[in-house]
Design a protein around this ligand. Structure first.
Ligand code: SF4
Ligand code: SF4
Length: 316
């Protein structure tokens, strides 16, 4: 019995360790310009920031918005979403997205997390589809009007939201672009301040305080997402992320799925898989043969948690 428990612990440790190492390496790789890597023109369905100079890959949703703004059909970002999701579902969310990785790390801060009732959860998961639809509506309608030569007024009215409406408020832009820029500015200023004794810190504070209102809105959203992520792990991914919404929609048609052996599962009759799932997938209510739940990010925590090894990945 003890040997079995120890084998299970090892198995759980192996999958979660492999996932964390993959997430960490991708986090480094996607920001690897700082290590001398060249950027690749590769749009991926991950939440990053297209505006950050250290990126090596392109955030597909940002690319899609910018291409629509330039009145170009965004075939490469669309192909990226379709290909990734149809073949591997939301694996990119569970294993390589840098913002998903940050969400996972935030979840470690508190041992006990807040419970969200299933009713609230079911309502909240739909919000991300609303975010995606709003972004697509603004970018798509502007693109059509610009192509027709009558979009100038609409573009002016949209202001900062014209080129990439989601990016203006994205917490990921704040984390990967805006905050590093502020930190980099202080890199030059502090030595100068130490040397000259001028009131540079006051100048920095004034500079930050004079930032436009959108900066403060974006900062507030980012802080809200971070705090929420501490209390409800992966809350951004479950409820708000438009990338997650696009992938969740396509995840239903994914070749990759999970299957559950009814005989092995019935042996213990527990809910270990459901309890451990960070995306609140109701595994026990889904078909045995194969399930491809929109919310599943293929973290494989349920596979590890199952003491009878009843759950396995299934492809295709
Ligand atoms: S839902 Fe969004 S932030 Fe979360 S892992 Fe997926 S793409 Fe990344
Ligand atoms: S169903 Fe399993 S693999 Fe999917 S998100 Fe939940 S724990 Fe992870």
């Amino acid at each position: 019995m003890q040997e079995r428990a120890s084998q299970l612990r090892n198995f759980v440790f192996r999958i979660e360790t492999a996932r964390k190492i993959t997430q960490f390496l991708c986090f480094l790789l996607f920001n690897a310009v700082v290590f001398g890597f060249q950027p690749w023109p590769l749009p991926l369905p991950i939440l990053h920031s297209i505006w950050t100079p250290q990126k090596t890959v392109v955030d597909a949703l940002s690319a899609l918005q910018l291409m629509l703004y330039e009145v170009t059909f965004p075939w490469l970002p669309v192909a990226s979403f379709l290909l990734a999701a149809i073949v591997l579902g939301r694996v990119t969310c569970g294993w390589i997205c840098p913002f998903g990785f940050i969400q996972d790390l935030l979840g470690y801060i508190k041992r006990r997390h807040s419970e969200v009732s299933l009713r609230t959860h079911d309502g909240m998961v739909k919000v991300k589809y609303g975010v995606l639809l709003i972004v697509l509506f603004i970018s798509g309608s502007l693109s059509v009007l610009l192509a027709a030569g009558i979009g100038a007024g609409y573009e002016t009215a949209l202001g900062a939201f014209a080129s990439a409406p989601f990016d203006v408020l994205s917490p990921s832009n704040m984390i990967f672009t805006t905050l590093p820029e502020i930190v980099l500015e202080t890199r030059y200023v502090i030595p100068y301040w130490l040397e000259t004794g001028e009131n540079i810190l006051g100048a920095i504070a004034n500079g930050i305080l004079s930032k436009p209102i959108l900066f403060w809105v974006q900062l507030t959203i980012m802080m809200g997402v971070v705090v929420l992520g501490v209390y409800i792990p992966r809350s951004w991914c479950q409820y708000l992320c438009p990338h997650g919404a696009a992938l969740a929609f396509l995840n239903r048609f994914s070749f990759l799925g999970l299957k559950r052996d009814p005989v092995k599962c019935a042996k213990v009759g527990c809910r270990a898989c459901v309890d451990v799932c960070p995306m609140k997938v109701r595994i026990l209510e889904l078909p045995w043969e194969k399930f491809t739940d929109p919310e599943c990010i293929y973290c494989l925590k349920c596979v590890s948690a199952c003491t009878t090894k009843a759950i396995r990945p299934k492809f295709p």
